[in-house]
Design a protein around this ligand. Structure first.
Ligand code: WTA
Length: 657
């Protein structure tokens, strides 16, 4: 088994050493109140200091932290640095077009945030109102988020890859009166028609009164409805660049972000002010070993939780420069990331295994000539990283002198929960290693719910007690929060992932144990894709599974039984694929659609996905299908199927299509 000692960074003292870390971790678990009292006071600026650190718990679903304290998140992320270091760079915007980077200082950011906060007020947005943000990965997205935080509005950022149907559902669920978007987006040299998509969505959203449109490309043909739409530049520039921050109670909601679970409808996961901000701030400081002059390069999109926490809130709260990267790693060439790192002297670089695998496949020549010597920490997030990709990251990108942090967390946890720590943790490629401060993990037997104690065990991952940045509820549906996360194993938070704890107590995340598929780090539920397919006029029934994929981690395979009335199967498959794109977005496009006469169901009518998963992954072949014994050997017991002959038909059909 490969193991790597944490490197010592040249000329840089780490925030933690093995000794201080051990002591702090122990205290964070044994006396969370003392530990987080110190963290909360040292790392955040409070308008009204808290006196109570922690209350509630997983049993009742009433977790709360610092609840009598008051603060403002935008003050913490912007004002305090604009006061102390006004000319320091806050945001480096690396536009889609290479060579067009722009820098925004903390003083400038403060003015922009205030002007936009005043704009929101002009359109009657008040504390507690929900605001939808559908923007490209540009500084204005961060400005809009921070402006919401400034006045206490709850932002709901919708990733700009979602289709109009998905945007509509999210706006309606949160009853947003204001939507913020751009005329168009640019990604990898391609135009996306954001305003058109938003228009199609809000046509069906009577709650929307105002749409604020940022001019990203300036295309003249972009639709504009004067009684509802306003141009960002026309209205924002007229606002006063001063806006007093609203004082927020720690447990007031800060934002909601939709994510997929086992059931069809995405949930609006709600994060609160202080606990979330503390999680974001602490993990940036300790996991990325952030120091004042750092340039943090998180390559995610602000539309996902990684962008919320590690592009916007965490780095800015720490007062460093944060990179907003609008493009893709291969545009205009596969050297784009490395060019960005050397140009901006990025100190922490954070991306997803899918990008690492894709770049590795394209060859090391794309890294030649790049120094990459500014980087100290290389992070990975979104899905398990296979050891080959880990080693490539370490050797070819990190030149064997960077700390690799494989960080495990979720939209719901708000910030990193399992991770190595620079200067402290011995890493093992493929393992997210150990829990972060305040996080106590458990491994349960999935069937009995019994906790598996000791090392060398495998089961489902749970978190045993609340930590500050854990999500507090699902928007307007606390029951769903309870049912999804806290009821499956009472007293514990159920993460939905399988895990192994090895002989040294290291955690190895094994992927989802529910019906969630992770495609290039994008989380989708099989039910969501199935609901999209069913909307196709010819689709009778659909079952969706994930299959392993070398680059994207997992890929979507759909099995559809269809009504008669089609002539060309390839065309039908294409139109089913298009249906998913239209309903969810291009990132959810199925890799394969297999048209089948029927689905494998139990006598009670439940689809046996286990069979479909094996068929889709080609784990069972035509050769196996020749005999019942062959089928049984590969698929296990299929006696609960209503019609066992369907299995052979499925294998044959899948092989043909
Ligand atoms: C998966 C992204 C293994 C996991 C921050 C989790 C990971 C889901 C890792 C959350 C990792 C994330 N190793 N698996 N380092 N990081 N995952 O909500 O299945 O988009 O439950 O949050 O991604 O995805 P989400």
């Amino acid at each position: 088994m490969l193991e790597f000692e944490p490197p010592q960074f040249q000329g840089h003292a780490h925030h933690l050493t093995k000794e201080t870390y051990e002591e702090m971790y122990k205290e964070s678990i044994a006396s969370p109140e003392t530990f987080f009292d110190k963290m909360g006071k040292n790392l955040l600026h409070w308008h009204q200091p808290f006196t109570k650190v922690k209350a509630g718990g997983f049993h009742q679903g009433d977790v709360n932290w610092f609840h009598d304290g008051q603060l403002n998140v935008s003050y913490n992320c912007v004002d305090r640095h604009a006061i102390a270091t006004p000319n320091k760079v806050a945001i480096i915007y690396e536009a889609d077009e290479p060579g067009r980077a722009q820098k925004i200082t903390y003083a400038e950011l403060l003015r922009k945030v205030c002007q936009f906060a005043n704009t929101l007020k002009k359109y009657h947005v008040k504390k507690g109102d929900r605001v939808a943000i559908y923007l490209p990965n540009i500084p204005e997205a961060a400005v809009a988020m921070l402006a919401c935080a400034r006045i206490g509005a709850i932002h709901s950022v919708i990733f700009a890859g979602f289709s109009s149907d998905a945007v509509r559902d999210r706006i309606l669920d949160a009853e947003c009166a204001v939507v913020i978007t751009a005329d168009q987006g640019m990604r990898g040299g391609k135009v996306t028609h954001l305003k058109k998509i938003v228009d199609a969505a809000i046509e069906q959203c009577p709650c929307v009164k105002t749409c604020i449109v940022f001019q990203r490309t300036g295309d003249k043909s972009v639709p504009f409805t004067p009684e509802r739409d306003v141009w960002w530049h026309e209205v924002v520039d007229n606002q006063r660049p001063v806006c007093p921050p609203e004082m927020m109670k720690s447990e007031d909601p800060l934002f909601m972000l939709y994510t997929s679970g086992s059931t069809g409808k995405p949930k609006g996961v709600v994060h609160t002010q202080a606990g979330y901000l503390l999680g974001a701030t602490m993990t940036c400081k300790y996991v990325f070993d952030m120091h004042p002059n750092d340039v943090h390069g998180c390559m995610a999109d602000v539309g996902w939780i990684t962008g919320h926490t590690y592009i916007v809130y965490g780095p800015l709260s720490n007062g460093v420069a944060t990179v907003i990267f609008e493009s893709v790693p291969t545009y205009p060439t596969p050297s784009r990331y490395w060019d960005l790192v050397d140009t901006h002297k990025v100190t922490q670089f954070y991306t997803a295994p899918t990008a690492i695998r894709a770049l590795r496949r394209l060859g090391d020549k794309h890294l030649e000539g790049y120094k990459l010597d500014s980087i100290r920490v290389l992070g990975s997030v979104g899905e398990p990283i296979n050891p080959e990709a880990w080693l490539w990251y370490h050797e070819v990108v990190g030149r064997k002198r960077c700390m690799i942090v494989d960080t495990y967390w979720q939209t719901e946890t708000g910030s990193i929960v399992v991770t190595p720590i620079p200067g402290v943790t011995t890493t093992k490629p493929g393992s997210a290693t150990k829990p972060f401060f305040g996080v106590e993990l458990g491994v349960l037997d999935s069937q009995t719910g019994q906790e598996l104690v000791g090392n060398d065990v495998e089961g489902v991952l749970v978190i045993k007690s609340p930590f500050p940045s854990i999500a507090r509820t699902v928007y307007d549906n606390h029951k769903r929060y309870m049912d999804t996360y806290l009821k499956p194993y009472p007293g514990f938070y159920f993460a939905g992932d399988g895990v192994k704890r090895d002989k040294d107590g290291y955690y190895w995340i094994q992927g989802r144990v529910d019906d969630v598929i992770n495609v290039s780090g994008h989380r989708m539920s099989t039910a969501e894709v199935e609901s999209a397919l069913i909307l196709h006029p010819l689709c009778g029934e659909a079952a969706v599974v994930g299959v392993p994929d070398d680059i994207s981690g997992e890929a979507i395979v759909c099995f559809c039984s269809v009504k008669s009335g089609y002539s060309d199967i390839t065309e039908l498959q294409q139109s089913l694929r298009a249906q998913v794109r239209q309903n969810i977005g291009p990132f959810a496009t199925p890799k394969r659609v297999i048209i089948v006469p029927d689905l494998p169901k139990t006598r009670s009518g439940k689809i046996m996905r286990r069979i479909l998963r094996k068929v889709a992954a080609k784990d069972v072949t035509l050769e196996d299908a020749k005999t019942d014994a062959g089928i049984r050997e590969k698929l296990g017991d299929i006696s609960t199927l209503a019609d066992q002959s369907i299995v052979k038909i499925l294998i044959e059909t899948a092989a043909k299509q």
